[in-house]
Design a protein around this ligand. Structure first.
Ligand code: PLP
Length: 765
């Protein structure tokens, strides 16, 4: 973005705390790699001088590798990385046992439950390819991540191979190799044993030849060498089958011309490990102090922090933790904004983000779902750790300023809330409306996951909650209305959904409606049964001055009556499609076709909708609104529609069957160059950063002067209902939130909305 205009904000330098994923190549290693490309570029198989020089690098690196892993009498073969080593080990062991399999016996393949996916997936692959047909069994771990030795003792006699890991990549937990060795060999003297040593290199002492480990794969890119180079220790006389055949390099064990640049870089790293270099790594006891220093800083600002592993049995370079009330995505976004790279320490599935490693350790679900991993390596320095701690403090300050965490600073130091905020948990929504002038707030469809956040917000913003209301009794999730009401509205009398007993009454079209006052707005309650018989809609509107006046509705919180691309299901015991038909027509009569609808679900990241938008894609709704369908026909079509509700067996009960017309609109995608070009044009472009305020506070591009967080997008739409022609370009961290928001705005009628593809990640400050 540097070609857009001058920045005023000083960019923060990068702190990289994701070294269990991969590391930066150290300059000394990179220089050695470059030299093999430019000068010592020979083929180690050539017998001329250039080839001999290249071969010397291979030989030296192999000697040093032997020394480092304690492979006195075993062999070292160079590979492309650990995944290749894992294949080679598994192929070798299984190919060997295949020859002597007893067809009448049931065999298993054992692997640790917290193993890197490369291990079980490769076992599965070779088990199928070699037609071994053994059962794959995960060895359980205890809450400290240690393998269950009794399980191993029981299962290993029938196993064809056992795969364990030296150090876990998510938690840094190491295994007691000596005890494992004893247990395995006492119960099966010949079984092939692979130990994935990827995360152990440079972090723990390895004396592999002192053990009965058969195969130990390693990877260069986890310790400051480039990607594409790795090596594997193979015990003397261990069965071996070449995974790659060809020109006979590596003594025929692994063919293909050697990766000389990678080897030269690895050689430099090895020299540092063997203290033969002028450059040295940080000693292990100092690394322990570094970890402690980071944890102390984290604890100072996040006193509730929970560590997901013990320090007594993990290497000092990994910290895996969870902060109550914050998802791992939120913390990652926060640290990314502070230019500190951390990892979510978990594997993404389509819906839930959680760590199978922490699950295997039996940690509570919330810890697994909100796990954050900070990892560094032995090249870490004291100034970098000090800077890390400073950034942790800055990140916490940003959370405090935006009331995601409580502190004792005065309200004047806070970014004050005003208007509508949308909270989402999975596909469900809660809505908070704040009237800044009167310092009052209203919470609709409260989700239990948000209780703490709401409490913090109210206390921090000094807001008085005047009501917490459910639009209906939710079948898919618990409401936390009760607990919030007890804490903030102890004196208030209300009905079973939280509607206050002291509400006033007004008349619209000759009919009485109850309402409560919130600053200069009214919240009117309308009974809209259908989805359930207790369903209500809540209309936030301007006060009614004359009975005949058309309501000016800002937001219609209609629960599960109209969902985006759907109608609420009507197949519960208290549902009635007939009642829904009436409720839909009543809602349209009251709010018109353009008012914003804020449902209690948003399954497709559409944020908000209107009757006009929905009738244009939902023909059933369009027919109801145009009075072109009988109640009977509506009911039968509704019954058919409800048969298509998906995902009931999964983690979420859907509250309406999606019609399938939520096709994403195409929005203009900019890169730095096209955006700079567009900004030179006479037409004004409004650049909007749509990250959350705490991320924006930490750092943003000065060109993106407006901050419209995704949680306030609906309010932005409301405020711009009469001005949808403006040219907008949205940005976020990676381009994914900005894309969603741009699509939503475009669907809601914004005519010229685009986003910066790849976000700040690809267009750095
Ligand atoms: N095993 C462990 C424990 C790892 O952390 C990784 C890398 O993430 C691998 C195996 C795979 O290594 P490579 O990327 O070298 O194939």
């Amino acid at each position: 973005m540097s070609n857009l205009s001058k920045k005023t904000q000083q960019p923060l330098s990068l702190i990289y705390l994701d070294e269990n994923a991969t590391t930066q190549v150290l300059p000394q290693a990179a220089a050695a790699a470059l030299s093999t490309m430019e000068t010592l570029f020979g083929n180690p198989s050539s017998s001329h001088i250039t080839g001999l020089q290249a071969k010397q690098i291979v030989d030296q690196t192999r000697q040093r590798a032997k020394l480092i892993v304690g492979a006195e009498n075993g062999g070292i073969i160079f590979t492309s990385g650990a995944t290749e080593g894992i294949q080679t080990a598994i192929l070798s062991a299984l190919h060997h046992v295949k020859k002597t399999l007893d067809k009448n016996k049931k065999y298993c393949l054992l692997y640790g439950a917290t193993e890197h996916k490369a291990v079980p997936e490769s076992l599965k692959h070779w088990n199928e390819v070699l037609e071994i047909n053994a059962e794959l069994k995960a060895i359980p771990v205890n809450e400290k991540g240690q393998l269950d030795l009794e399980f191993i003792a029981r299962e290993v006699p029938n196993a064809l191979m056992i795969c364990t890991m030296a150090v876990n990549n998510e938690t840094g937990v190491y295994q007691d190799i000596k005890r494992l060795d004893k247990t395995i060999r006492a119960n099966n003297a010949d079984i092939g044993w692979m130990v994935d040593c990827v995360q152990a290199l440079g972090k723990t002492d390895l004396s592999l030849a002192q053990t009965s480990i058969d195969y130990a794969p390693f990877s260069g890119h986890k310790l400051y060498a480039p990607k594409g180079i790795g090596f594997m220790y193979v015990r003397e006389n261990a069965p071996f089958t070449a995974f790659i055949a060809g020109g006979g390099q590596e003594g025929g064990l692994r063919s293909g011309t050697e990766n000389l640049p990678g080897l030269a870089a690895l050689n430099v790293i090895f020299k540092m490990l063997t203290n033969e270099s002028e450059y040295t790594f940080t000693p292990v006891n100092t690394l322990h102090l570094f970890r402690q220093q980071i944890v102390t800083s984290l604890r100072k600002v996040f006193p509730d922090i929970v560590l997901n592993h013990c320090f007594e049995n993990s290497v000092p370079t990994t910290i895996n933790f969870a902060i109550p009330g914050f998802s791992s995505k939120e913390i990652m976004d926060l640290f990314d904004a502070a230019n500190v790279r951390v990892s979510s320490g978990s594997a993404c599935s389509s819906k839930v983000t959680r760590s199978f490693v922490l699950d295997a350790m039996g940690l509570p679900a919330w810890q697994s779902e909100s796990a954050i991993r900070m990892s560094f390596g032995p090249a870490m320095t004291q100034p970098q750790i000090d800077e890390t701690c400073k950034r942790i403090g800055l990140a916490a300050q940003a959370l405090e300023q935006n009331c995601l965490m409580l502190d004792t600073n005065p309200i004047a130091d806070k970014t004050e809330l005003e208007g509508l905020i949308q909270f989402k948990v999975g596909g469900s929504c809660s809505w908070l409306y704040v009237d800044k002038k009167t310092k009052t707030a209203l919470f609709i469809d409260p989700l239990p996951e948000l209780t703490d956040r709401l409490q913090t917000l109210l206390a921090c913003q000094r807001l008085k909650l005047i009501a917490v209301i459910d639009t209906h009794g939710h079948a898919d999730h618990e409401s936390c209305r009760g607990s919030i009401a007890v804490e903030f509205l102890a004196q208030q009398q209300s009905d079973s959904l939280g509607w206050p007993a002291n509400a006033l009454t007004t008349t619209i079209e000759g009919k009485p409606y109850q309402y409560i006052v919130l600053g200069d707005k009214w919240l009117i309650k309308v009974a809209t049964p259908g989805h359930t018989n207790d369903s209500i809609s809540l209309l936030l509107c301007d006060p009614i001055k004359a009975e005949t006046e058309q309501l000016l509705v800002h937001y219609a919180f209609c629960g599960d009556l109209i969902l985006m691309d759907s109608l609420g299901r009507t197949n519960f015991s208290t549902s009635s499609a007939k009642a829904m038909h009436t409720s839909l027509q009543l809602l349209e009569a009251l709010i018109g076709t353009e008012s914003l609808i804020c449902p209690s679900h948003d399954y497709n990241n559409e944020f908000t909708t209107s009757i006009a938008t929905e009738t244009s894609r939902n023909s059933l709704l369009a027919q109801v609104m145009a009075n072109k369908i009988s109640v009977g026909d509506f009911s039968s079509q509704k019954a058919t529609m409800d048969k298509h509700i998906i995902d009931e067996s999964g983690s979420e009960i859907m509250c309406g069957a999606l019609i399938g017309n939520c096709h994403k609109t195409t929005v203009r995608e900019y890169d730095s160059a096209s955006l700079a070009e567009a900004m030179k044009q006479p037409e004004t472009i409004r650049l909007i950063d749509i990250r959350e305020p705490h991320e924006y506070t930490l750092q943003h591009d000065e060109n993106f002067a407006t901050n419209v967080p995704l949680t306030r997008l609906v309010q932005f739409v409301q405020e711009h209902q009469q001005n949808k022609q403006e040219k907008l370009v949205l940005v976020c961290r990676s381009g994914s939130r900005s894309h969603l928001a741009a699509q939503a705005l475009s669907r809601l009628g914004f005519e010229q909305v685009g986003h910066l593809k790849g976000g700040y990640a690809l267009h750095q400050y």
